[in-house]
Design a protein around this ligand. Structure first.
Ligand code: HEC
Length: 193
């Protein structure tokens, strides 16, 4: 028994037409945006992280990969998204802090840590790296800067934002006010540029 193909109902035709128009428009818009992006002399999305590596920093960047930091961290385009991204860390941690942390994680954090610290914690080996290697890695991390207010910056945008004020008022439980300090009211230790 052969099945006859049913002709499309007019409602179905209209639906197909709408979907087709959407897809065609999306393809055209994508092609137009890409063409514009590739021809534009300036990047159309501003870059919010920057780095200017010293010789030590470049060495540290290589050691950072060799020492398997990338199995838990992300920096530049290397590493995993599972753990802590270190992009921009140099804008809110000083080189001294980073060196202290890598050597004595818990004392420097002032609280218990997850992976850095004494064995059998997984990143215990970091504190035992040769001093010069750990130093170069710390220099590398301290050179990863981020603009304030960007996704990889620890600091919210400069100035007062009504939106953030509202969010804090609505979502932060009252108990937090005494327990934590609002980062926007804190004097930030600026790492030297
Ligand atoms: C097994 C996973 C793991 C490995 C490997 C690892 N880290 Fe970490 N790292 C963490 C975690 C988790 C934290 C948060 C502190 C904690 O709980 O240990 C952290 C925190 C840090 C911080 C502090 C960031 C901040 O601003 O608070 C730095 C810097 C850092 N790691 C650098 C490194 C370097 C450099 C290496 C390689 C030599 C490395 N880590 C290897 C998991 C890891």
């Amino acid at each position: 028994m052969s099945k006859k193909k049913q002709p499309l109902k007019s409602g179905e035709k209209i639906l197909f037409l709408i979907v087709t128009v959407f897809i065609v428009l999306a393809v055209i818009a994508y092609a137009a945006l890409e063409t514009y992006r590739l021809r534009s002399p300036e990047p159309i999305f501003p870059n919010k992280t920057h780095f200017n590596f010293s010789e030590q920093g470049k060495l540290g960047s290589r050691l950072f990969r060799e020492a398997r930091c990338t199995s838990c961290h992300r920096a530049l385009r290397n590493g995993t998204n599972m753990g802590l991204s270190l992009d921009g860390v140099g804008s809110y941690r000083t080189l001294d802090w980073l060196e202290a942390f890598l050597l004595n994680p818990e004392q420097t954090y002032g609280s218990e840590t997850l992976d850095h610290g004494e064995a059998p914690k997984e990143a215990a080996y970091v504190a035992r790296l040769p001093d010069d290697e750990r130093h170069a890695i710390a220099v590398f991390i301290s050179e990863l800067k981020a603009d304030q207010g960007s996704v990889s910056s620890a600091l919210p945008p400069e100035g007062r934002s009504e939106f953030i004020d509202d969010m804090v008022r609505i979502w932060a439980p009252d108990g937090w006010k005494g327990k934590y300090q609002d980062i926007r009211e804190k004097d930030v230790v600026e790492a030297e540029e």
